[in-house]
Write a protein that binds this ligand. Structure first.
Ligand SMILES: Nc1ncnc2c1ncn2[C@@H]1O[C@H](COP(=O)(O)OP(=O)(O)O)[C@@H](O)[C@H]1O
Ligand SMILES: [Mg+2]
Length: 348
């Protein structure tokens, strides 16, 4: 056969195989070798393609094209060793040897995105339906049993109010999330002093939590901790982190806020400002930590709901920090409280 020029097929990111009419591999490009984790393509060449891939769908396509069809396509999962969603295309060549070309495309990312979208819609529907169910039940009771019971009516109206507030918070967070996602690629342009942001958020939270008398300790390394940022969004970050510390730690525990400079943080090269919120609550077990920024992920959804949580707070925080070229760190051990740190590239 005339070997296809390696330089052409090897620049492709997608694996390409050329097969003879008996399904023997006569050529495999670099991507194909890499995909099948073999050191040298001399191992692939000469082998039966069907044995290398071991997939009935792939076999069906190869045989269809060998039987005269111009093109065949299939989608299947492959363990590589991580589970990958692949699209395989087989096309007839106009030569006898090689007789067919096979390409593979890894569609895992597309597949996961579609999966995430449908999970998200299912979650939103569920979160909206449960307060609605409560409201419908109460309306029925108000029209029936509680018709002439003013005390019960008052009680039910209070529940209706809090369920309506819950729906309102959820919709507010959904709008916030979609706005933040939309803006994520647009860099902020203002100069923001993080000390002002933290001071303002602490003051407004103290006002709202006057009855609980939480102690907030705030220390900043400098009076001016400047970043390029969007002041409203950074306020939202601090509000979320501080509210979580208040909601999920035992009442009476101290909440400590710090702004420190850090250097050589992984993935962020320059100096960053690390804004941390620590509580003295019961902490979070390790297996939950990597999942806390997922939408609707809650360790205890009953408790989160009772506290007015939507499960979207940290997802919003993550997007905002990513827009600021920063990131979020959550450290905890059960029984030792939680420290959540927002890392943002420093301007000064
Ligand atoms: N400081 C904290 N201490 C303990 N658990 C926390 C803390 N912060 C967040 N969490 C956990 O992470 C979950 C997700 O937080 P978040 O996205 O803000 O949603 P929400 O507060 O609306 O439930 C919470 O439900 C809670 O289980
Ligand atoms: Mg929250």
């Amino acid at each position: 056969m005339t070997m296809p020029s390696n330089t052409v097929l090897n620049v492709l990111d997608e694996p390409v195989f050329l097969l003879d009419a008996d399904r023997t591999i006569v050529y495999a490009n670099n991507a194909a070798e890499k995909l099948l984790a073999l050191g040298s393509n001399s191992i692939l060449i000469g082998q039966s393609f069907v044995r290398v891939l071991r997939n009935p769908e792939a076999l069906r396509c190869v045989d269809a094209v060998l039987a005269g069809q111009m093109r065949a396509q299939a989608r299947f999962e492959l363990d590589l060793p991580h589970r990958a969603h692949m699209r395989l295309t087989v096309a007839a060549l106009e030569t006898e040897s090689p007789a067919i070309a096979v390409t593979l495309k890894d569609e895992t990312a597309l597949f996961q995105a579609a999966q995430m979208r449908s999970d998200f819609v299912a979650n939103v529907s569920h979160e909206l339906r449960s307060p609605l169910t409560t409201l419908s039940g109460i309306i029925e009771t108000l029209q029936g049993n509680a018709k002439d019971d003013p005390a019960a009516q008052q009680r039910f109206l209070n529940i209706m109010q809090s369920e309506a507030d819950r729906m309102d918070r959820l919709i507010g967070d959904l709008i916030s999330l979609s706005r933040v996602e939309e803006e994520e690629r647009v860099r902020p342009t203002d100069t923001v002093n993080l000390v002002h942001v933290v001071t303002a958020v602490v003051a407004s939270l103290k006002e709202r939590n006057e009855s609980t008398r939480r102690v907030f300790d705030f220390v900043a390394e400098e009076d001016k901790c400047l970043v390029v940022g969007d002041s409203d969004q950074l306020t939202q970050v601090l509000q979320n982190l501080l509210e979580n510390a208040v909601k999920y730690s035992k009442s009476g525990g101290r909440i400590i806020l710090k702004i420190e400079s850090k250097k050589s943080v992984p993935r962020l090269n320059s100096k960053v400002w690390a804004v941390s919120v620590s509580d003295e609550g019961e902490g979070i077990a390790g297996e939950h930590l990597p999942r806390l920024t997922e939408r609707f992920y809650r360790i205890d959804s009953g408790r989160s709901r009772a506290m007015g949580g939507t499960g979207l707070g940290l997802a919003i925080v993550k997007h905002i920090l990513s827009r600021h070229r920063g990131r979020l760190d959550i450290a905890s051990a059960p029984g030792e409280g939680v420290t959540v740190t927002a890392l943002i590239p420093a301007l000064n």
